[in-house]
Design a protein around this ligand. Structure first.
Ligand SMILES: [Zn+2]
Length: 286
């Protein structure tokens, strides 16, 4: 057995790779032992997943939606009071997302000088927790995280086919995105980020029970005419895209092209399809 990322022998590896970190609420999307070796698994946890999970926007999202870490802790936020003093902002009802508490959620704060917990209403504290439309910027840690999920999600599909993972390992077309996720570089990989539905959206289940979608993903092949570079029905070339959404925050990465050309093509696809997310295109029609 070989590792999807470093291609080294991984027969003795013991760790099960979570495609999406457990700290984002994923318990089920995992790769079998050895698809990602212990070294790469460990590296990703420290150098790729942690920076993403600790980024301002994602930490605020985890706080707001009360998603516990692997150790069961919902992250706190650093806030500022109108008088300028720094406070630690805590969800007073652990495990309950802010929007489920009331239409005007309260948070608890602890100041540096006092352990007394005060309850404050929304708007009293200047903190990212209440910025509803926070869209993270595409940074190297962010796109490396998406690149890792993209390749692993593809491996999850290919693992169902005999020799499928070996094909992914040996296919050099995937080397750039593989190396970017595992080793990084000074160059950013383009990633399109936008909100496709509100963060607290409740969907209606078949039984009538409302539920939230934490994460969802899919692949999209966009056919392009090689000569004219426009979208084409009978293509010579097709660009592979991975689309991932976290509480309605959509991240799209072109798996073959780090430059902005891939995103230009995605932009044209969106334009042609009325800006609908590929996650929903052709799936919810009556
Ligand atoms: Zn490895």
């Amino acid at each position: 057995m070989r590792c999807l990322f470093c291609k080294q022998d991984s027969s003795n590896s013991k760790s099960v790779e979570h495609i999406i970190p457990e700290s984002l609420g994923n318990k089920t999307a995992t790769l079998p032992k050895g698809v990602v070796c212990d070294d790469c698994n460990n590296y990703f946890a420290r150098k790729v997943e942690k920076p993403f999970l600790e980024s301002t926007e994602i930490k605020a999202l985890r706080f707001r939606e009360a998603i516990p870490s692997k150790k069961g802790v919902v992250p706190h936020l650093n806030g500022v009071l109108p008088d300028g003093s720094q406070v630690k902002v805590i969800n007073p009802f652990p495990g309950l997302p802010l929007f489920e508490q009331s239409s005007n959620p309260i948070v608890a704060i602890e100041t540096e000088h006092s352990n007394i917990t005060k309850l404050l209403q929304k708007g009293t504290i200047i903190t990212p927790a209440f910025v509803d439309e926070m869209i993270p910027k595409n940074t190297i840690p962010l796109s490396r995280f998406i690149a890792k999920i993209a390749l692993e999600s593809l491996a999850l599909r290919f693992a169902k086919i005999d020799g499928g993972v070996d094909y992914l390992i040996d296919n050099s077309d995937f080397d750039p995105i593989r190396d970017y996720a595992r080793r990084g570089s000074n160059k950013e990989w383009s990633c399109n980020i936008r909100r496709i539905y509100e963060i607290d959206k409740l969907w209606q289940g078949n039984t009538g029970d409302p539920y939230q979608t934490i994460h969802e993903s899919d692949f999209l092949l966009i056919p392009v005419d090689e000569n004219t570079d426009v979208l084409h029905d009978n293509p010579v070339i097709a660009y592979p895209f991975f689309v991932f959404a976290l509480f309605g925050l959509e991240f799209t990465i072109c798996m073959s092209d780090p430059a902005s050309k891939g995103l230009d093509i995605y932009g044209r696809w969106l334009q042609k399809h009325g800006n609908i997310s590929p996650l929903y295109y052709g799936k919810n029609e009556n």
